[in-house]
Write a protein that binds this ligand. Structure first.
Ligand SMILES: C[C@H](O)[C@H](O)[C@@H](O)C(=O)CO
Ligand SMILES: [Mn+2]
Length: 414
């Protein structure tokens, strides 16, 4: 059977449920995923030789990570060739391109010009993140909520400069660039005052966000705990949710940043009523915020369902956030992107209007029968067909291409 014949079969099965496959494909095509550049080099960046810090950790020692900007860009281009549709690339400040010896508080748009040139050439948009970790000024475990004014001011300046870079990206690439702020601040042991660092963080944010910048969507990312900051995190979910709501900023929900039994999928609808914009950091926590490669599990499917069923895609940016150094890094990227697309497609292929009607009529027997039956419908055949029509490898064929690419690195990369 050809891919087209398999697709036609799937189309007739979905038609029985009144699903418009073409509409689903159209929506998927226009739902870009922001690809985390830091998966390519274990969050090392090109700013300094500092070890990764800030309570995050990369495990694994698979060879061939990207050691230069050129290698990282080449790897990303390889990723683009293996996934359907146009996506975005998410940069951290430490991925700047300069020979100058500058402080992180002195970064400017010109240090990222080559990224814009590259993005134009590859027809991708860029997102941005200030980097408040892996730096001597973050050694105390505190940045924007530090009790040391010099430290606070240094990081305030860094985030302000970062927002200017995001604005430059947005204007140059004709998009709204998401500028996401995550800070590692927290205590290993229980603090005496839980309020004081939060007051300082609030004051830092008041300074940073006093001016709105064009082409920028600012988001704030909370966290439950980090390694070495197990007892207290200044930037908790409640803190940022309150701040973002009051100041019309966006929120970033990292799927690894909550209690293991908390469902991020259930937060999206509530937040959509009060928060202007949501960024998702799609990750896979295994017992802790371990940042494993995203698989097509119930959590991911739940997030996609929450976005599609309640029309939240337009208010949401989808980014990936994991860093796995135990397998081929390009495969790690591709697996996560394809799984995120599959979860979205699966949700887009549901008979939405019918299910809404059934629910309004309070026919919960029908609702359960339909939602269970839908789980076994052939969304994978539709995804394969998309890959074929977009001239991307179908099914596991991308493995051969990754292996061939990896073979070219032998003897050239560590
Ligand atoms: C490198 C990322 O910005 C970082 O992972 C952050 O988003 C995070 O999730 C920290 O746990
Ligand atoms: Mn994150």
């Amino acid at each position: 059977m050809t891919q087209k014949e398999k697709y036609n079969l799937a189309k007739s099965i979905y038609a029985n449920y009144g699903v418009d496959i073409d509409q689903a494909i159209h929506t998927l095509k226009h739902t870009p995923i922001s690809i985390q550049c830091w998966q390519g080099d274990d969050v090392k960046g090109f700013y300094s030789k500092e070890a990764l810090s800030g309570g995050i950790s990369v495990t694994g020692n698979y060879p061939y990570k990207a050691n230069t900007l050129e290698e990282l860009r080449k790897d990303l281009e390889m990723v683009f060739s293996l996934v359907p549709y146009q996506h975005r690339v998410n940069l951290h400040a430490i991925y700047l391109d300069t020979q100058e010896s500058i402080g992180l508080d002195e970064i400017e748009p010109r240090h990222f010009e080559s990224w814009v040139k590259w993005a134009k050439k590859n027809n991708v948009k860029l997102d941005f993140n200030p980097t408040l970790f892996s730096h001597p000024m973050a050694k105390s475990g505190f940045t924007l909520s530090s009790s040391d004014e010099t430290v606070r001011n240094f990081w305030i300046k860094h985030v302000k400069q970062s927002r200017k870079i995001a604005s430059y990206f947005g204007e140059a690439l004709n998009t709204d660039t998401v500028c996401n702020l995550w800070i590692p601040d927290g205590y290993k042991d229980s603090p005496y005052s839980r309020l004081s660092p939060r007051v300082r963080l609030k004051e830092s944010l008041d300074d940073i966000y006093q001016t709105k910048l064009p082409h920028v969507k600012d988001t704030l990312e909370s966290k439950l705990f980090g390694i070495g900051a197990e007892s207290y995190t200044t930037g908790s979910h409640e803190f940022y949710l309150g701040y973002a709501t009051k100041h019309h900023l966006g929120i970033c929900l990292d799927t690894g940043h909550f209690h293991p039994t908390e469902q991020v999928s259930d937060k999206l609808s509530s937040m959509s009523l009060f928060v202007d914009h949501t960024l998702l950091h799609v990750s896979r926590p295994v017992r802790w915020d371990s940042d494993h490669v995203v698989t097509l599990n119930d959590d991911l499917i739940g997030v996609a369902e929450a976005l599609v069923r309640d029309d939240l895609l337009k208010k949401t940016s989808i980014g990936l956030d994991y860093f796995d150094a135990s397998i081929n890094r390009i495969a790690a990227w591709v697996i996560g992107i394809r799984n995120t697309q599959k979860a979205l497609l699966k949700a887009l292929l549901e008979p939405k209007e019918l299910l809404k009607k059934i629910e309004l009529e309070q026919n919960y027997t029908q609702r359960l029968i339909y939602t269970e039956e839908l789980k076994a419908l052939p969304f994978g055949l539709v995804y394969d067909y998309i890959c074929e029509t977009e001239q991307k490898p179908v099914g596991i064929d991308f493995l051969k291409q990754i292996e061939a690419y990896e073979a070219t690195m032998k003897g050239k990369r560590l």
